[in-house]
Write a protein that binds this ligand. Structure first.
Ligand code: ADP
Ligand code: MG
Length: 440
């Protein structure tokens, strides 16, 4: 079965509208695809993003059914193809190692005060391997461009025929577990200890996972000794990663730690303008200013709103208006709030603290459980519009004053104990990340 026919199978699984707007726009790229990598070209990055988040897994699964191999799925926007050096052209052993997103380049990254420091460092280490800073750790909140920068480093050094490995900490862990159970750890070591650049995304994920930390510690040491460049990202500085061994924390601080801050107004405007140009979308300057001043800081969400507006405008055959922009922002904010449910918060807190959601909702006075309940209250009050009486009802507590008391207690604790604060920030991140993923 041909690749494009495989896509036809999706017809039954998505709405007619979705099929017409997104799936039918996909073109299989024979030149860059391989047996374990399926590349599709689409007209713009919004369609690309949409497909990536909503359908990648489905498409991979269909390929697995028809071709017996589950490939990595890569969706590239037409407008960015020229920006991208073809994976195939880079040739040799490297291409099997790096599964980089070719549209995340230095060129497509808008530089502003909020991300300049990290950007400059990333550029420098792409030019000089392990000579300036090693390791490099870039940290910052969700959707601020960490993964983009990490890929930009990878894409840039790939052109120089460097051996690059890009993995998320989670993939590294999965790889480690598989190799361990297959008794093929030598191959794991062979892979991760023989590259020029190890790019590892979201290392906060290693927190609390001892086995893989030990393995990573040795990988790190060997690469560092051999003057290979290590670059990591995290959603928080290493000091605040819970359950990270001291010896790793100290190594993470050997080189340089750079942060990415939420973009300021000017940077947001530049980013919106760049995204519009890349995709030949026209929006009045006045509307761009409005969007930039009223949208939140998550650039992934900013892209999502532009996508929505562009889709709307093209359906009704009109230009994007201020009224449409206002509505889109209102909808997004509403979705943001609605997406975070009390059930969701309870689920994440109970998972983090290793107790059951039902225990949190019980009347138990057990210390761990009472503590978890207070954390749920704190997160619910800061992330959702739920009132104290509503929370009392949800958590089976006496009344709103017990909720209020609990809220005071946890707030004091957060102010006094940096570990508690870090733990709660981590949960907050998780909840928001989950909701961002759902949104787009
Ligand atoms: P993070 O890894 O920090 O959560 P990502 O790197 O995934 O964030 O960025 C989210 C989206 O925003 C991506 O599509 C990325 O291309 C885009 N983005 C982030 N920062 C910038 C920037 N400075 N310029 C252009 N696009 C950006
Ligand atoms: Mg990321």
């Amino acid at each position: 079965m041909l690749e494009n026919d495989i896509l036809n199978q999706l017809k039954d699984e998505v709405t007619e509208y979705e099929y017409k707007t997104y799936i039918s726009k996909m073109r299989y790229d024979e030149n860059t695809s391989k047996s374990d990598l399926a590349v599709f070209i689409v007209p713009n990055i919004y369609i690309a993003n949409w497909i990536k988040t909503k359908y990648s897994e489905k498409i991979a699964h269909l390929f697995e059914i028809y071709k017996k191999i589950k490939p990595e799925i890569n969706i590239i926007a037409e407008s960015q193809k020229k920006d991208v050096k073809s994976l195939k052209a880079s040739g040799s052993k490297m291409q099997t190692r790096a599964i980089l997103n070719p549209s995340y380049t230095f060129n497509s990254f808008v530089v502003g005060d909020s991300n300049k420091f990290s950007y400059e460092i990333a550029k420098q280490i792409s030019q000089k391997q392990a000579e300036v800073y090693n390791p490099v750790l870039i940290y910052g909140g969700t959707g601020l461009g960490k993964t983009h920068i990490l890929n930009a480093i990878g894409n840039s050094v790939l052109e120089k025929n460097k051996a690059v490995i890009y993995v998320t900490a989670e993939q590294f862990l999965n790889d480690y577990i598989t190799r361990l159970s297959n008794h093929t750890m030598d191959r794991f070591r062979d892979k991760y200890r023989n590259c020029d650049y190890l790019l590892i995304d979201d290392v906060q994920f290693f927190g609390g996972k001892e086995g893989v930390q030990q393995e990573f510690f040795h990988t790190f040491n060997e690469l560092h000794d051999k003057k290979k460049q290590i670059v990591m990202t995290s959603d928080k500085p290493p000091k605040q990663i819970l359950g990270l061994e001291e010896r790793l924390k100290s190594r993470f601080e050997w080189g340089i730690i750079a942060d990415i801050q939420p973009p300021g107004l000017e940077t947001k405007i530049s980013i919106i303008i760049q995204k519009c140009q890349l995709n030949q979308i026209e929006i009045d300057r006045e509307i761009i200013n409005y969007l930039a001043s009223n949208i939140n800081d998550n650039i992934r969400q900013i892209e999502g709103i532009i996508l929505k507006l562009n889709a709307q405008a093209s359906i009704i055959g009109q230009n994007i208006t201020l009224a449409m922009a206002k509505n889109a922002i209102k909808d997004t904010q509403k979705e943001n709030l609605e997406n975070i449910t009390l059930e969701n918060i309870t689920k994440i807190v109970s998972k983090e603290l290793n107790i059951k959601p039902s225990e949190i909702k019980s009347k138990s006075r057990n210390k761990t459980i009472a503590n978890a309940r207070r954390i749920v209250i704190y997160l619910a009050r800061t992330l959702t519009p739920n009132s104290m009486p509503a929370l009392a009802q949800f958590l089976n507590m006496k009344d709103h004053s017990s909720v209020s008391k609990a809220m005071k207690m946890i707030t004091t604790e957060i102010n006094e104990n940096i570990n508690i604060k870090a733990m709660i920030d981590e949960m907050k991140n998780k909840i928001q990340r989950e909701q961002n993923n759902k949104l787009i």
